[in-house]
Design a protein around this ligand. Structure first.
Ligand code: NAD
Length: 473
């Protein structure tokens, strides 16, 4: 049972949801007593796999110093690592055009006035004053700050997607090589204990040679509405197509697990539901004015006010429930988060299938679905000696010869920061801090060259979908 489920058993569902919604929520976990592991009984002829959870602390001679560029949701998650492990990381500068966020981070991390900046470019108008920058600005503001930071000698932690085109991605790769700097790409799932264990059993040959892989990314209907219909990633042109904006993690996981170059890609998908023609009779521009709001699962009032989901997008919310709800309503009247999901300016696909052929005829499929009630990536891997079925909390490996099952279901609630991408958010921080402190990118699993390759798979998939052709890599 994790902390959220625990709170729910106590009837504190709202608290559980608030925990889910907070940036840097993982910090709250650090102070919590650890909950006992609750595991399902194993089936007959089964054995539990345990590789032991690695701690998240980067043990370094002196704290790495970093500037956060983009003090939004992700910037706060990474900065919070330094609160938990002050001997590993220190945040010494902040840049954000949103004054409230800039000031909050400056206050939270005691950042001196001369190192508080507005636009990202201001950071680079002063001489270098930290080891590294953390770039967590919107997708269209990754390329320029990253190129500039590398040229000035900063190491970089770069949010995904790396950039908006394949060419920009390879430019960043070249720039990192030219200035001999480390770029850690936030493919955080690679650092989650679940995926690390999955990778380990595959690399140990427990299922023989992989023939194929099937991977599902269930977005959840309310997350789709929040991020890809109303929210920051509603426009593929201003950000990246959803196959990158949402699923570059999944392409990267597939490429990483299979450990072979991709040869061909084909993709299908479209935006079919969140469009004007599907609006119900009585709909209005905003949920406030809608006659059928109570009957709509995507209602902004339901998602933000009644369920208190994704509240991290709203700055300066009061603590008390009434004050908080009044402020949320104000945001819903004035921002895109209050708009009818059938009347937004969105163009991201709400269902997407991608077929991939790798070296040695190994095949993989990636399915990304908006219409699910559940989250958590589902993965099946088919090998010559056995197979694996997993759901991001646990996986079961079955050996064809003996019929024996091996179950991985480690209790990750023991890890500080476990709530962020199944432990991956702070897992990457540990490895990135180690890489920067030792000036050695080998500490990183997601080095820039490999990450660029899986991004290119995404750009090619989008080409295939749009042109209705199979693309050779
Ligand atoms: N690794 C992951 O799993 C993961 C998850 C979610 C988002 N992301 C990526 O992280 C990035 C940030 O996402 P987020 O959810 O934190 O968004 P966010 O909107 O919460 O944060 C972005 C911040 O950048 C600031 N900003 C905008 N323009 C700026 C400028 N010119 N100079 C300085 N700051 C500026 C914004 O004011 C905002 O505070 C995106 O690229 C997103 O795709 C990655």
């Amino acid at each position: 049972m994790n902390r959220k489920q625990f709170l729910q058993t106590l009837g504190l569902g709202a608290a559980a949801m608030a925990v889910e919604s907070l940036p840097g929520a993982s910090l709250l976990q650090a102070a919590e007593p650890q909950l006992p592991a609750e595991r399902k009984p194993l089936p007959k002829n089964a054995e539990r796999l345990s590789f032991g959870l690695q701690g998240q602390e980067a043990v370094v001679a002196r704290p790495v110093t970093a500037i956060v560029i983009g003090a939004g949701a992700r910037g706060n998650v990474y900065a919070a690592y330094s609160k938990q492990y002050p001997a590993s990381l220190r945040i010494v500068g902040v840049s954000d055009i949103n004054k409230v966020r800039q000031q909050k981070m400056a206050h939270d991390y005691d950042i001196s006035a001369e190192h508080q900046f507005g636009d990202w470019s201001e950071v680079f108008r002063v001489p270098k004053f930290a080891d590294a920058v953390i770039i967590s600005t919107p997708d269209d503001l990754h390329y320029k700050p990253c190129m500039k930071a590398l040229a000035m000698g900063y190491h970089v932690l770069l949010e995904k997607p790396i950039a908006q085109t394949a060419k920009e991605c390879t430019d960043i790769l070249r720039q990192a090589r030219k200035y001999n700097r480390i770029v850690g790409v936030c493919h955080v799932l690679r650092y989650a204990p679940y995926f690390l264990a999955l990778k380990r059993v595959v690399d140990d040959g427990m299922i023989g040679d992989i023939m194929s892989m099937q991977h599902l990314e269930p977005i959840r209907f309310h997350h789709m509405a929040h991020s890809y219909v109303r929210g920051n990633w509603h426009s593929s042109k201003d950000t990246t197509p959803i196959i990158l904006a949402k699923a570059c993690h999944d392409l990267d996981i597939i490429r990483w697990i299979l450990n072979k170059p991709c040869k061909k890609v084909s993709a299908f998908g479209s935006l079919d539901f969140f469009i004007k023609k599907n609006e119900p009779a009585g709909a209005a521009d905003r949920c406030f004015d809608c006659a059928v709001e109570q009957k709509c699962p995507f209602s902004a009032l339901k998602i933000y006010v009644r369920e208190h989901r994704y509240l991290y997008v709203f700055d300066s919310l009061p603590e008390d429930r009434a004050g908080k709800d009044a402020k949320i309503m104000e945001y819903l009247r004035t921002t895109d988060y209050g708009r009818c999901v059938f009347r937004c300016d969105n163009d991201q696909c709400d269902h997407y299938i991608c077929n991939l052929q790798f070296d040695d005829n190994v095949t993989a499929s990636l399915q990304m679905e908006a219409m699910t009630s559940y989250g958590g990536r589902k993965t099946r891997i088919m090998g010559t000696k056995g197979d694996i079925v997993g759901d991001m909390e646990s996986f079961t490996l079955t050996d064809f010869l003996t019929g024996k099952k091996y179950v991985w279901d480690e209790d990750i609630s023991k890890l500080p920061g476990y709530e962020g991408h199944a432990g991956g958010d702070w897992g990457i921080m540990k490895d990135w801090v180690m890489a920067v402190a030792n000036e050695d990118e080998k500490y990183l699993s997601s080095t820039i060259d490999v990450s660029v390759e899986s991004h290119v798979m995404g750009f090619r998939a989008e080409q295939s979908r749009q042109k209705n052709i199979i693309i050779k890599m």
